[in-house]
Design a protein around this ligand. Structure first.
Ligand code: IFM
Length: 449
């Protein structure tokens, strides 16, 4: 069945600086925590780094032409903080800002809407050396940086995001150490969460005070629904704990100006929340214009008999999975969107990331067939459409990702792109899914009649 989206629905695709740019030591760029982490033996798959990545820094015009050729209406990219402020504070590197001026100008000239993320995890290393996100000083540093970028590009970029996935930055960077800077400490992850949220609110206030026409300001959260594996109350409690950490710990302060009481109780053994100072929650809850949602999957959660009070067990997926081993659950996305609408906000919502890694390869004819990705996207677009029919204010969708790229600790072993990248030659080959997506965009509909 064909389903048609509302007029003006914004179809796009997304990337992030460290995953695609390369040119890690060029144009005056400083070092980020991801440079340090990826160059530390044992931290990434095969020791892969973002030094070269997709080399988008040197191939910008060709990549922008490809976006246009595929008919994409919007491109979400991130600014590398260490390109703009190599030390994370103080002097601005104009050559770094120029790169993003070229990028934004190139998008606008091709009538592709720029959507800019200020922070997609590449913290300048000097700021980590000074304490990183667990240190409150970082709030001022991020606010300054946001003001610099907004001052330079505010009038040319209509869509702004302060942070990408603060849960990942806090809980994988400082909680389990699987991401940079590689620290595994629950208390630090919790403080980092607060400072990320505070930096977000403070940056929004700073950008608003600069004032730049109609640009819309928001934040992107990765939201991961958690459902109890069974009727056992222990499963229900464990699922509520996982939901609290992954979702409510971020949504409640932003939309309700408070941390959830069950999370304050849960973290009492490691923190008394004294890092929350007067006025912080008002700043965090500063009004935004839109919410970005990155959705990949939901979790089935059971109680942990060895730690009934604080523990949980995420059960293995029951059905089909992606190359990441993630369950494929489009209906969970629809119910997540409906929950956001009924419990948190009527603001415009955009899916700022959704997509999947599969085992893609160039076949002997030179093509890349990825029917799994077409099926995945088809099902998720239909779920998005169902949510709209149910009243959700969903305005657009950015497929992750435009190009295959550096998948963090998985290095180059996972391919999420609509476009296949041969890393050795940097050849781009649009996959079957890219051509299919181009038709969806043209029709503003899924399931051509
Ligand atoms: O590649 C990442 C991206 O940087 C943030 N969201 C999830 C993607 C896939 O893991």
């Amino acid at each position: 069945m064909q389903v048609t989206f509302p007029d003006g629905f914004l179809w796009g695709s997304a990337t992030a600086a460290y995953q695609v740019e390369g040119a890690a030591t060029e144009g005056g760029r400083g070092t980020s925590i991801w440079d340090t982490f990826s160059h530390t033996p044992g931290k990434t798959w095969h020791g892969d780094t973002g030094d070269i990545a997709d080399d988008q820094y040197h191939r910008l015009d060709a990549d922008l032409d490809l976006l246009a050729e595929l008919g994409l209406r919007a491109y979400r990219f991130s600014v590398a903080w260490p390109r703009v402020q190599p030390e994370g504070s103080g002097a601005v590197n104009e050559a770094g800002l120029d790169y993003y001026r070229r990028l934004v100008d190139g998008l606008n000239r091709r009538s592709i809407t720029p959507c800019l993320t200020l922070y997609h995890w590449d913290l300048p290393q000097p700021l980590q050396d000074a304490g990183g996100w667990p240190d409150r000083e970082i709030v001022g540093r991020f606010t300054d940086y946001a003001g610099i970028v907004y001052g330079a590009l505010g009038d040319q970029v209509p869509m702004w995001l302060t942070l990408n996935e603060p849960w990942v930055a806090a809980w994988m960077g400082y909680g389990n150490g699987k991401h940079a800077p590689g620290i595994a400490n629950e208390a630090q992850a919790l403080v980092a969460t607060h400072h990320l949220l505070l930096a977000h609110g403070s940056a929004i206030e700073a950008m608003r005070s600069i004032g730049s026409g109609d640009s819309k300001l928001g934040i992107t959260l990765n939201l991961t629904p958690a459902r109890a594996a069974g009727d056992d109350p222990a499963d229900e409690r464990a699922a509520a704990r996982v939901d609290g950490n992954a979702n409510r710990l971020f949504l409640d302060p932003i939309f309700r100006g408070r941390y959830p009481q069950d999370m304050i109780d849960h973290y009492r053994p490691v923190s008394d929340f004294s890092f929350v100072r007067e006025g912080d929650l008002e700043t965090i809850a500063t009004e935004i214009d839109w919410l970005g949602v990155n959705y990949y999957f939901g979790n089935r959660v059971a109680g942990d008999p060895s730690d009934p009070e604080r523990g949980f067990v995420v059960l293995p997926p029951e059905g089909n999975t992606t190359a990441m081993g993630w369950p494929i659950e489009p209906d969970t996305m629809a119910s997540l969107l409906e929950r956001l609408d009924s419990e948190y906000t009527k603001l415009p919502i955009y899916i700022t990331e959704n997509g999947a890694a599969f085992h893609d390869y160039v076949d002997p004819e030179g093509g890349v067939d990825d029917p799994e990705r077409v099926e995945f996207l088809d099902a998720h677009f239909r779920a998005a459409h169902a949510a709209i029919e149910n009243g959700v204010n969903l305005r657009g969708y950015f497929v992750w990702s435009f190009l295959d790229n550096f998948e963090w600790s998985f290095g180059y072993s996972k391919r999420f792109g609509l476009v296949f990248v041969d890393y050795g030659t940097q050849t781009r080959t649009p996959k079957q899914s890219a051509r299919w997506y181009a038709e969806v965009i043209k029709d503003n509909a899924v399931g051509r009649a």
